[in-house]
Design a protein around this ligand. Structure first.
Ligand code: HXC
Length: 430
């Protein structure tokens, strides 16, 4: 176990690294104590901590002393949560209960070539369930970046993983009581064309790229719950968190997985003082028995909760549609957004026009089906038009897409001195 401090971009950072060449990097009592010591140093000195993980897990010969060692590390992870950034870089095996230390940290990066994370390894799985599975199938980077959502980033190798850890830190303050580091402002990229036809999918990253500083967007969990895009970016040099519905995955609906993905990110940004920019284009929550029985009420509430409690500056832009509960959840004015803007062709309503008129004009349509077109047009102009939302202050302004970057940046600038407590809350795993 190698521990120490170093500077990254002229800021002190605490580190620990497991040496797989010594007893397989397994964790014994003193090994654990060294990790906790350096974590305490990070806590006292208000600096981020990066753990490089490559370990055979609890040192078998040490028995309960090794298990208690993990317990003290988990407790320290929780104590530091939301106070200083914690980054786990998994370079090799990370097995058994050991996986819970990375899971308690803010960002997990896995190296594609060697990293594995599982609570029970292939041999135990075979013995208990008769299932034959390889380590990669059980807990390789593909599993954790696409299915479990454990890994925020996958690196091509160890060197790339370390580069990514440094990049993540460039968006985060050294502690919750400081501001995130400013970079030199850069111009925005080109705003992609967004089709007016609501049924046409597009990649929302084309909108993000046209709003934030050129090449500043670092997407997190890009292959997990792809219907919600999250990541760090910069606006005129200031680090921000981006949350955006992705119309090209599940039509941009919110579901349980996307809600939890978004919730933890919103809470991390709030803990570390990163303003939030939310881009909305969603037809609502994904309907169906799978979602309802899977707990979309309980799990969707997490995103709602995260936005409603966030005290960082919060700006929302409605790009096309904002329907139903998903409109509210995606950082609406009623949840406390500082500013909500809408593009001219956007629609805001309880539900889409087709479904809405089937409910509210059922009798008229049964009597005369030819009135459908007229009733649709009437609903769109009297209920869904952003002017309706603007007239009752649900949105602050209808803006041209090409003005989005300038208006969001100016609003953000006006909120620069927003007061923030030195500690907001932890970053509870969810
Ligand atoms: C003690 C260990 C060890 C362990 C490896 N070694 N794991 N010693 N405790 N957990 C030792 C080996 O005996 C060997 O010693 C040396 O490390 C290198 O191991 P190899 O197997 O030769 O290396 P390699 O082929 O690279 O495989 C690495 C490995 C494998 C994938 C990590 O060793 C392995 O599967 N280890 C056991 C993993 C495991 O089941 N851990 C317990 C998980 S449960 P010599 O002297 O021969 O060089 C757990 C509970 C945590 O951790 C609970 C927390 C709450």
């Amino acid at each position: 176990m190698v521990t120490g401090i170093a500077n990254i971009d002229e800021r002190p950072v605490a580190l620990f690294s497991q040496d797989p060449g010594v007893l397989g990097g397994s964790l014994g009592e003193i090994h654990a104590q060294k990790i906790v010591r350096v974590m305490e140093h990070a806590e006292r000195g208000l600096m981020p901590i990066i753990g490089l993980i490559d370990s055979g897990g609890a040192r078998i010969q040490e028995g309960v002393a090794a298990l208690d060692g993990y317990g003290t590390i988990f407790r320290a992870n929780v104590r530091l949560s939301g106070r200083v950034p914690q980054i786990s870089v998994v370079l090799g095996p990370c097995a058994g209960g050991a996986v819970y230390s990375p899971a308690l940290t803010d960002i997990v990066i896995m190296a594609k070539d060697r990293a594995h994370m599982f609570v029970t390894g292939p041999k135990v799985v075979r013995a208990v369930t008769n299932e034959n599975v390889t380590a990669a199938e059980l807990g390789g980077p593909v599993v954790h970046s696409q299915q479990s959502g454990v890994a925020h980033l996958v690196a091509s190798d160890a060197e790339d993983a370390l580069r990514l850890a440094r990049q993540v830190l460039s968006y985060l303050p050294s502690s919750a009581s400081e501001s995130a580091p400013f970079s030199a402002p850069a111009p925005a990229g080109t705003l992609a064309d967004i089709p007016h036809n609501f049924r046409k999918p597009y990649d929302v990253r084309g909108a993000i790229g046209g709003i934030v500083d050129l090449d500043s967007f670092l997407e997190l969990q890009p292959k997990y719950a792809r219907n919600l895009v999250i990541g760090f970016a910069r606006m005129e040099g200031q680090p921000v968190g981006i949350i955006a519905n992705q119309p090209q995955a599940l039509a941009g609906t919110l579901n349980s997985a996307a809600s939890e993905k978004g919730a933890r990110f919103v809470r991390m940004c709030d803990a570390f003082g990163l303003p939030l920019i939310t881009l909305v284009d969603t037809p609502g929550f994904l309907p169906g028995t799978k979602e309802e029985s899977g707990g979309v009420i309980r799990r969707g509430a997490k995103l709602l909760y995260a936005f409603a409690e966030a005290r960082v500056p919060r700006i929302t832009v409605i790009l096309r549609k904002a329907f139903g509960g998903a409109y509210i959840v995606m950082n609406s004015k009623s949840l406390g957004a500082d500013a909500v803007f809408a593009w001219p062709h956007s629609h805001i309503a309880v539900m889409g026009a087709e479904g809405a008129i089937d409910v509210i004009h059922r009798r008229e349509l049964t009597a005369d089906p030819s009135r459908r077109h007229e009733l649709l047009a009437d609903y769109q102009s009297t209920v869904m038009d952003p002017l309706v939302a603007a007239s009752r202050l649900s949105i602050d302004e209808i803006i041209e897409p090409s003005h989005t970057r300038a208006i969001v940046a100016a609003t953000l600038f006006s909120l620069t001195r927003t007061r923030r407590p030195s500690f907001r809350h932890d970053n509870l795993p969810q």
